[in-house]
Design a protein. Structure first.
Length: 476
């Protein structure tokens, strides 16, 4: 069953049961690209903008209270996530988001018509443009909604950062006494504790968390009321100054009207800033995931200094093989985030004059990136980091069989002599301790005192210990 709707281009058949209308049907025909539809948070954010606009238009006497109340209720339902199937448009579309905006206008109008006792498509009761879109333009609604959607996704992202930071800090404390070999440029370096390695990862995630928390401030300034180019044409002055207050109350977000609404209408640099912080977080996650894969490699043919939780079978041909699937997933989300950042950057710089037509590309990459990063960090913390186990004997084996220990003793015996002993140890395939004993430079007791974890992993230079000699027995 279909109904016929008309616009200035002609007529179209619209499914009779659909809340959307002719503009959505045309967009479906024009932009049939993939299964990636407009992000739900974007739809919800546009709907809450419609609530604020309806309230302000009623307050100023621009909108009949009965019609305005029906629009407000319909918009509230959409903002709560209802009618999700009525938003089928593909994420990438021409028109600076007009198709998505019109989709929301039509759904709200038809639901409002229904609330007033009419039939869907009877726009004499409630019109998508004359009523739902009163005092608005795609060019102020869409950028405002994108900021709201981004802010709403920032909170769970920051919480996911906090959860991962906490999981890493727990392991930092748990592994504080596990002495191991440090590595630089994939070669043996000086000793470090496993806990210290985890502490560095925790600090990096903490910085990401702080940066994401702070960037919300830049997203709070919106251009709602600016209409087409930011000048506010076709919007009452009182509406321009009051609609953001209504929106702030509805969202609970500290939104503010930008003093120069022309700026956020045409410039999208704030989204590049947010995306750049996502990229920084992604880089941190990739680094951590790669480190965990290296440290857990093996279990017998690699480093094997930690054990990751066993999550699933790793091979269809090799029995017993377990892969580091969680770090691999996190790395892939990180790579995807970095790729999305490039798309956001290109979209932001691609705007011309008074409007950026490529905000749908920003929304299609920024919002999923935030969602994916948050999900990846939650899974990483819960299903990987929390279950990591140290393998102290393997850590000790690598440390004692490397020449790294000689570095700590170089100030006592000189660089050249230390290098010679290191060479002898490598050529003779013997532990450094044995090479030092063979050289007669230290006693076994002195070496045990010098090469303690608390000595090797803290600032300072090692000093030769004073070993108390046993008292001679008295013959009196």
């Amino acid at each position: 069953m279909y109904r016929t709707e008309t616009d200035f281009l002609g007529e179209k058949l619209v499914p009779a049961a659909a809340y959307y209308g002719i503009h959505t049907v045309r967009a479906l025909e024009n932009f049939s690209l993939s299964r990636q539809t407009v992000h739900p948070e974007m739809i919800r954010a546009i709907a809450v903008v419609k609530q604020a606009a309806a309230e302000m238009n009623m307050h100023l006497g621009l909108l009949d209270p009965q019609i305005g109340s029906a629009i407000f209720q319909a918009a509230a339902e959409v903002a709560d996530g209802k009618y999700a199937g009525e938003f089928p448009l593909y994420a990438l579309q021409g028109g600076a988001g007009t198709s998505t905006h019109m989709n929301v206008n039509e759904v709200i109008a038809n639901r409002a018509i229904e609330l007033l006792g009419g039939c869907r498509g009877d726009y004499a009761l409630v019109h998508p443009l004359n009523h739902v879109n009163l005092s608005q333009s795609t060019n102020d609604v869409y950028p405002t909604a994108l900021r709201i959607a981004a802010i709403r996704l920032l909170q769970p992202l920051a919480e996911a950062c906090a959860g991962l930071q906490g999981a890493l800090q727990k392991k930092e404390a748990e592994f504080a006494g596990v002495l191991k070999l440090g590595r630089t440029e994939m070669q043996d370096a000086v000793p470090i504790t496993l806990g210290q390695e985890f502490s560095a990862w925790a600090e990096a995630i903490a910085r990401d968390r702080w940066r994401l928390y702070k960037v919300e401030e830049r997203l709070r300034e919106v251009n709602l009321g600016g209409t087409a180019v930011g000048t506010g044409l076709n919007a009452e002055r009182k509406y321009v100054f009051g609609v953001v207050e209504r929106l702030r109350a509805l969202t609970g977000i500290g939104l503010a009207r930008d003093e120069n609404m022309i700026d956020p209408t045409q410039n999208a640099d704030v989204f590049v800033e947010v995306s750049g912080l996502l990229k920084a977080c992604a880089a941190t996650l990739i680094k951590i995931s790669n480190d965990l894969r290296l440290l857990s490699s093996g279990p017998r043919g690699g480093l094997g200094e930690i054990r990751l939780p066993d999550l699933q079978a790793g091979s269809s041909i090799m029995p017993g093989k377990i892969n580091p699937v969680m770090p691999e997933m996190v790395a892939q989300v990180g790579y995807q985030t970095i790729a999305r950042d490039l798309a956001v950057t290109l979209a932001a710089q691609g705007g011309q004059l008074e409007l950026n037509a490529f905000l749908p590309l920003v929304a299609a990459n920024l919002l999923p990136a935030m969602e994916e990063l948050a999900g990846a960090m939650r899974l990483f913390a819960d299903r990987c980091v929390a279950g990591i186990e140290a393998v102290p004997e393997r850590c000790r084996f690598h440390l004692e069989n490397s020449v790294a220990l000689i570095t700590a003793l170089a100030p006592l015996i000189g660089y050249d002599r230390a290098a010679g002993i290191a060479r002898n140890a490598l050529q003779g395939h013997s532990p450094v301790k044995q090479a030092l004993l063979d050289a007669g430079l230290f006693t076994a007791e002195e070496l045990d005192s010098l090469l303690r974890p608390e000595t090797l992993t803290r600032p300072g230079m090692i000093k030769r210990p004073v070993i108390a000699k046993p008292k001679e027995e008295s013959h009196e």
